[in-house]
Write a protein that binds this ligand. Sequence first.
Ligand code: ADP
Ligand code: MG
Length: 667
Amino acid sequence: MDLSTPIKDAGRLFKIYSRRLEKLGIIRLSDLLLHIPFRYEDYSLVSKIGKLRAGDVATIKGEVDSIKNVYTKGYRRIQKARVKDNTGEVEIVWFNQPFILKTIKKGERISISGKVDQDGGKLVFRSPDYELESENLIHTGRLVPIYPETKGVSSKWIRRQVFKLLEGNVEKDPLPDKIRNENGLMEYAKAIRNVHFPDTPDEALKARNRLAFDELLTIHLGSIIKRGEWDKIGKSRPFKLDKAKLSEFEKSLPFKLTDSQQKAISEILNDLGLERPMNRLLEGDVGSGKTVVSCVAMYIAYLNGFQSVFMAPTEILTLQHFKTISDLLSPFGLSVALRTGSLKTGEKDSDITVGTHALIQKHVDFENLGLVIIDEQQRFGVEQRGILRKKGKTPHFLTMTATPIPRTVALTLYGDLDLSVLTDMPKGRKIIKTWVVPSAKRESAYAWIEKELKKTSSQAFVICPFIEESESAVTVKAAVKEFENLKTRVFTNLKLGLLHGKMKSAEKEKALGDFRRGKADILVATPVVEVGIDIPNATIMVLEASERFGLSQLHQLRGRVGRGDKQSYCLLFTESLSQQTIQRLRSMEKTQVGSELAEIDLKLRGAGEVYGTAQHGVRDLKIANFSDLDLLKKSFEAAKKIFPDIKKYPMLLEKVNNVSTKNVSPD
Ligand code: ADP
Ligand code: MG
């Protein structure tokens, strides 16, 4: 059967299973072949029955001496068999699987894989995997693939179907021979077979590697194609650069721009001077100073008679940006408007509109939109960018992210964007002293905090844990409770404020404003402050239940302090006793570099969680791994080589189209 056949049209059995398989992302037969095992059970060693010992994971082959149904007290049926070889015999027990008696009969030779248990003096296999020796062994006696499963679809079922499909024709190799050889890759058909039914672990690894290469190559090719499409999107009006005005603005800043800020600015200015609309990603660790870079771009837009929008992911952050941007740019004559779900100030002809995703609503329009800035872009989808684009005449795009991504990963995730990276931090930033605080030290930590705040007249954040994924009622309740607890029992001599996402905008603004003006010593908050809040007088960051956060997130949160010149601290509270957890948290004590923490996260937790790819509409990798930088690089080079001749490789092109329709929403 043609592998591109949809599962639901691939016969009666597949039709019945199509809904369930869809949950695993298996839509066509070919997807089933690319449903990759996440591990293999090693049943490859065949033992003599006489040599079995309790606790072994083993495979035996032998003749069925007897098999029967036995009824237990609870009217349960168990199936008991005895299997013998020339060294001994062993008992096999299955629970409530009477159909086994239909396939396995006395006298038949079978293969059994599983764990050997002790029952009284006897050895027994309980619910082992089994199959007739006369068949191809796929469930026993070899490296047995274990797949991601879903309700009603077991690894055993998948194994059987994959095996049957493999008996037919596997697709031709989509890669040009030359590329395959250059990169030392296994042939496609062999890779598909070996990834499911390898003879050795090494073979499995090589097979997976080959398929991972294909996956990454497809993504890279997709990016190159999208880049080409962006080139044809229409012309922007090139912005002219007024050097005198620009240097006047730079001189007005209370600090000197870092080298990498200057480099990013010149890359941006260069883009803005072209007819091709800018499509650039500005990446920089928390506190590296992305906002001011975007202000330069907005100022240039203004000087050329264009409006800008600046979109941020949360209302709290939007309010802060509104203030920062107004402070920096209104002295130069720019009018700044604000638009969130509940707040609206300014006019539609304002030079800059700062807002949340409320900006993309239908009735929001602009007279002459020339530049779109998106902050913390990992939180927005492609679709939202598309809508914003249509509110202007091919405006320039600058997106910003603090997710510290190795360059090679960025090229994969955001390959259609040009990349600027802020590599150095503003001068004078001190290391944020970080300690993991176990529960035994909690009280003394509280005492220390109070003393420190009084001594240095600075302020602290206390961040309550995520209880659930989003800013849910439960999370908010926990924060409110902690606020009460700290206020009435712990910090009775200090002023406390509370901030969470379910508060009304005016309340949020007040809470944040009060804290900024020093009216509260401690701000108790949900993790909404994670992104971007900037309060230089805050020097202590307390993170509750810190073990629930990834290191990258902790790093982001820690970055809320250490912004002024005072020494700052981060206290990671945890009730966890797990050595592993403490060890992981201790990485925060040792390193202040976001990309290093991201790499540790990557190893411990996997890319999806680190980059939040699943939630944020960015493609998720099925086979490859973002930590494999070498493969990322090789596949990128290969994509560049293949692209000019892409028409010669219709199979590759089809794969590219499949990926982009599946994972990326259209503009
Ligand atoms: P992020 O990159 O995390 O968005 P921000 O733009 O919020 O960082 O900047 C963090 C802080 O650093 C702000 O208070 C900002 O005024 C300050 N800052 C930005 N650039 C510099 C610089 N070159 N020197 C000193 N401080 C700077
Ligand atoms: Mg920021």
